[in-house]
Ligand binder design. Structure first.
Ligand SMILES: Cc1cc2nc3c(=O)[nH]c(=O)nc-3n(C[C@H](O)[C@H](O)[C@H](O)COP(=O)(O)OP(=O)(O)OC[C@H]3O[C@@H](n4cnc5c(N)ncnc54)[C@H](O)[C@@H]3O)c2cc1C
Length: 395
């Protein structure tokens, strides 16, 4: 049976980074993946352009039962480190907005870069290979697959989360964690479109295609981002962001004018331009068709004719639109998974399981979930780097 220093299950974002770093330190590394090639999620990410990091990425962009867990890895491998790597491969990129960096051309360039890093570090890949069994064997592991069995000193689980199962995503990493008695924080879909009742969808149908920047709130969490009205209700980055915090039965609140005190502005306008129609006034702050929609029952009036009670009601609907989503679209369309291997089981410096020496978990399979905007890849690079480095320096 062939021996490797390190076997990594999952040749995705975190797995390839880990393999390249461990291999560069002279370790023999095998990456096993059930898919036909490496980094399938990278390929489809960012609309095919891969939002590969975020200039402002920091611990505040992550959710985990232990909010401190991500700090060490994020500090050890920063967006600037990944940008240097991207630049060294002459991959052109741009900042779209809010620090989000995308390839100018194609996400395939990021996959090509990581594959080259792995190749230069002497990593081997086995694709279309199912892991059938993992056994502890002395101070190492025996990994039995559909192709062969291999032995390793260190076993890294980098299988990601179960989002987008039609791409072959699985919850396999949780199975390995459970086999070795590690706790798992319940995995739930995150960065996922929320769904709404048929009545809600019918009411908003005429607004489909309209978009604007809003503030969306869930408890104390607030995101300012774009909201899009669609034939399925509402969507867009603002809704994806808040979905990570939302739980079934919760309400969310939307401020359609992102922090402007619209009641004060309406009252001021009623004094200063009393003949103005409410829709014309509101269209300074939002698309005209949305303004028309919101003032349907007072459309014929002038601001001077609208009493305080009506202005209060209108302002409440604009600044504090309360919604109760019916559900989410689930793992079928979720970008990531919230929850996963409990961080209290792992070292935040090496990602080694505290109770199983030689066993590591990195990337999305761990209970660390990033906001939308390149943070999830930064987590994959940072956790992969920390683990690869740790596997490289000790055997
Ligand atoms: C549509 C979409 C768009 C996204 N866009 C972005 C973006 O632009 N920016 C961003 O930061 N994040 C984005 N993400 C999230 C990002 O893709 C993930 O957070 C990231 O890929 C996680 O890296 P990972 O290495 O942990 O897992 P993955 O990259 O998912 O890699 C896991 C690997 O494990 C393999 N695997 C799974 N089960 C097994 C098994 N049983 N045996 C062997 N191999 C297995 C898989 O085939 C895969 O290759 C997007 C996600 C989706 C779904």
């Amino acid at each position: 049976m062939r021996n490797f220093d390190v076997i990594i299950i999952g040749a995705g974002a975190a797995g390839m980074m880990c393999g390249a770093v461990a291999g560069a330190q002279g370790r023999s590394v095998l990456l096993i993946d059930s898919a036909i090639s490496a980094g399938e999620k990278i390929r489809i990410s960012g609309g095919g352009r891969c939002n590969f990091t975020n200039l402002h990425c920091g611990p505040h962009n992550f959710i985990s039962k232990n909010k401190h867990f991500c700090k060490s890895a994020l500090a050890g491998y920063t967006p600037a480190d990944f940008i240097d790597l991207v630049k060294s491969y002459k991959i052109k990129f741009h900042e779209k907005e809010k620090g989000q960096l995308f390839c100018d051309e194609s996400a395939n360039q990021i996959i090509g870069m990581l594959r080259s890093e792995c190749k230069n570090a002497g990593n081997q890949f086995k694709f279309e290979t199912e892991v059938l069994d993992i056994k502890k064997d002395g101070d190492g592991f025996i990994v039995t697959t559909s192709k062969a069995s291999w032995r390793c000193k260190k076993l890294v689980v980098a299988t990601g989360g179960p989002s987008i199962p039609k791409m072959g995503a699985t919850g396999y990493g949780y199975k390995v964690a459970a086999q070795f008695g590690l706790n798992i924080i319940e995995p739930v879909p995150a960065l996922v479109p929320l769904s709404f009742t048929d009545g809600f969808k019918a009411d908003l149908k005429e607004l489909a295609g309209t978009s604007l920047d809003v503030q969306v709130k869930h408890g104390k969490t607030i995101f300012e981002d774009a909201l899009l009205f669609t034939h399925r209700g509402i969507s867009g980055p603002a809704i994806l962001q808040i979905s990570t915090y939302w739980q079934a039965g919760d309400e969310i609140s939307i401020d359609l004018v992102a922090g402007t005190d619209i009641l004060a502005r309406l009252k001021q306008a009623r004094t200063e331009s009393p003949k103005q129609s409410p829709a014309v006034f509101l269209s300074q702050f939002m698309p005209r068709n949305l303004a028309d929609f919101l003032v349907k029952d007072i459309a014929q009036k002038r601001l001077a004719d609208i009493n305080d009670k009506t202005l209060n009601r209108l302002s409440e609907n604009i600044n504090h639109w309360q919604l109760k989503p019916a559900g989410s679209e689930g793992f079928r369309t979720a970008e990531v998974t919230r929850g996963g291997v409990d961080t209290k089981e792992l070292s935040s410096k090496t990602f080694e399981a505290r109770s199983v020496p030689g066993l590591y978990f990195i990337g999305e399979v761990v209970d660390v979930t990033g906001h939308l905007g390149g943070h999830n890849f930064q987590w994959a690079w940072a956790s992969g780097y920390a683990c690869g480095y740790a596997c490289g320096i000790t055997l």
